[in-house]
Design a binder for this molecule. Structure first.
Ligand SMILES: Cc1ncc(COP(=O)(O)O)c(C=O)c1O
Length: 365
């Protein structure tokens, strides 16, 4: 079976680098918030093109702590898309804030300036823009300008888009604060959980740094409430530090796979994702068809795995009961019913990509 992602291939290829990183940490005997974390945070901030990065235990904590740092509190209305797997909504639930769900554009599958304007009119206290599937939101610059004008914080969720660019500028450097996940399948993935925020605002960085460690301003002195333990450990930081210089090469390979799919898939019942170049780091290659289940079964019969990212719009999740029954986002709902993700990861060979593409071509709905 061709897997949707093959992390064993990835970690085997990187075994020497990983072994060296782990040995360094073991030799030093410092395991949490030490020199590897500091070095990685500096390197990652430089890569994104911002002043500061603060590493965390995972990407969902990054969203929650970023929102808290910008002042979001219980009852506050916050704009988010509903097609991105519930992560931002989960962070909002943790805070007790209210999601204001906004729709996405059918080509980029990310939100638009127009939808953000609608949210601003509704009185949101912050906007989260998710750069989904590795595609930078095309409107991000205009949205940032609107948010700045309204003095409303803009949070970028870059968990699926490490290294994607708009006009030569890396995502994560447009908003007030950006959130990243280093979950193993991400474009920059650790060998365990990990996350970070990135920002040019030193005060926000300082607040997140306190929130991640019990609210301490100094050891055992607690000055911030709603804090927790959300630290990246030294081994993951050392591993991420070794992987970061390889990220652009991996993104290139992912993009080459997407281009190959675009060249070979020729099935009139299937629509391919739109991208132009550096705006897409091909985290997920998501196609559309009116009969995704049938295509999925056909691929499975051909020993090819596929996935749906994501089948349920956030506002339709069972956890909410009928709380959001008034919400209707046409493009989000259409996408949920038509999307299918094909394998797309750096270790896929050209022959495997062609095999997947030919299997898609041989499907008749
Ligand atoms: C768009 C998006 N945001 C946030 C997250 C949350 O990251 P984590 O799984 O590290 O908590 C993920 C990944 O799982 C994601 O894909």
């Amino acid at each position: 079976m061709l897997l949707i992602n093959d992390l064993k291939l990835h970690s085997e290829k990187l075994r020497d680098l990983t072994d060296a990183a782990i040995a360094r940490v073991l030799d030093r005997g410092w395991f949490v918030l030490g020199p590897e974390v500091s070095v990685f945070e500096t390197q990652f901030a430089q890569y994104i093109g911002v002043a500061k990065s603060v590493s965390l235990a995972n990407g969902t904590d990054a969203l929650e702590l970023a929102l808290r740092a910008t002042g979001i509190d219980k009852g506050d209305l916050v704009a988010t898309v509903a097609n991105a797997g519930m992560y931002t909504t989960t962070a909002l639930i943790a805070i007790g804030a209210q999601p204001f769900f906004i729709d996405v554009d059918s080509a980029s599958r990310t939100t638009t300036l127009q939808e953000c304007e609608r949210a601003l009119e509704a009185g949101v206290k912050a906007i989260v823009v998710t750069h989904l599937y590795g595609r930078a939101a095309p409107d991000i610059k205009a949205i940032a300008a609107r948010c700045a004008h309204h003095k409303i914080p803009l949070i970028e969720d870059c968990a699926q888009a490490h290294g994607a660019k708009v006009d030569g500028k890396t995502v994560g450097s447009f908003g007030d604060i950006a959130c990243f996940s280093f979950y193993p399948t991400k474009n920059l993935g650790a060998l365990g959980d990990g996350g970070a925020i990135a920002t040019n605002n030193l005060q926000l960085a300082e607040t997140v740094a306190r929130l991640r460690q019990y609210g301490w301003s100094s050891k055992y002195q607690v000055t911030l409430g709603n804090s927790r333990n959300s630290r990246l450990d030294e081994m993951q930081a050392a591993i991420l530090g070794e992987f970061l210089p390889l990220l652009d090469g991996w993104n290139e390979r992912r993009r080459a796979i997407a281009l190959r799919y675009a060249a070979v898939i020729k099935n009139p019942a299937v629509q391919l994702p739109a991208f132009s170049g550096e705006d897409y780091v091909a985290h997920l290659y998501v196609i559309e068809t009116s009969k995704p289940e049938s295509l999925r079964a056909h691929l499975k019969a051909n020993q090819i795995a596929s996935e749906v990212h994501y089948p349920i719009p956030d506002y339709k999740q069972p956890v909410f009961g009928d709380q959001f029954s008034h919400v209707k986002l046409p493009t989000t709902e259409k996408l949920a019913a038509t999307i299918l993700t094909l394998p797309c990861y750096p270790e896929l060979t050209d022959a495997q990509v062609s095999e997947v593409a030919e299997a898609v071509n041989s499907w008749a709905p």
